[in-house]
Write a protein of this length. Structure first.
Length: 200
């Protein structure tokens, strides 16, 4: 892959382009950590001056309390700082890629997954406000179609009340757009993966 040395801004269009390149290299992942690692490699290749830290610790103010968190990805490009939180939720699917066998399990618990994604979006907004991040992105990748039509509804339900810092996810109710990541067309269930990006 050629270095993209002229690129200097990690915006929504860049993230979509990065996801496209990632799908070409790794159309499927064993776990969320696998997804996180491979995405970091693509971003590093996309921006040759990017500095990336995984599971970077931060302390957030939540009302009267302070909370320790680990950010999935902190990315620094020149003088800008970006936050990325990831979710990778699966249903049962088997595939072999270059002698690597993938046996994805049915994780189910869509309500819990939706709630955790909503928490990711709140976390990103807090990081931007409290730690001077320029932008942030919450990325949800799944082959569980149960999330496609219900993720926002579940998020809105989970966070119908304002959190302790008066930040709401509801402002993104018209921007939930699922994009096809990979259609394996394997004649088996759960062969289509899609992703959602919320940008802040």
């Amino acid at each position: 892959m050629n270095k993209q040395s002229t690129k200097t801004d990690l915006n929504l269009e860049a993230i979509k382009d990065i996801m496209k390149k990632l799908a070409e290299k790794r159309p499927i992942f064993h776990s969320e950590a696998d997804f996180q690692h491979e995405l970091a490699i693509i971003i590093k290749d996309y921006f040759n001056n990017a500095k990336i830290r995984l599971e970077k610790p931060y302390i957030l103010s939540c009302g009267k309390n302070m909370k320790k968190i680990k950010l999935d990805m902190e990315i620094r490009i020149n003088d800008k700082k970006y936050a990325i939180e990831l979710k990778y939720k699966t249903k049962s699917f088997e595939y072999e890629l270059d002698d690597d066998k993938f046996n994805l399990t049915n994780q189910a618990a869509q309500n819990d997954g939706s709630y955790l994604f909503a928490k990711d979006t709140i976390r990103i907004q807090k990081l931007i406000k409290q730690h001077n991040f320029n932008n942030g992105f919450a990325i949800f990748l799944t082959n569980d179609k149960g999330y496609y039509g219900n993720l926002h509804k579940n998020n809105e339900y989970s966070h119908s009340k304002k959190d302790n810092d008066n930040i709401e996810i509801a402002e993104y109710k018209n921007k939930f757009e699922w994009v096809e990541y990979k259609d394996f067309n394997e004649g088996q269930k759960n062969a289509i993966f899609k992703y959602l990006i919320l940008a802040y």
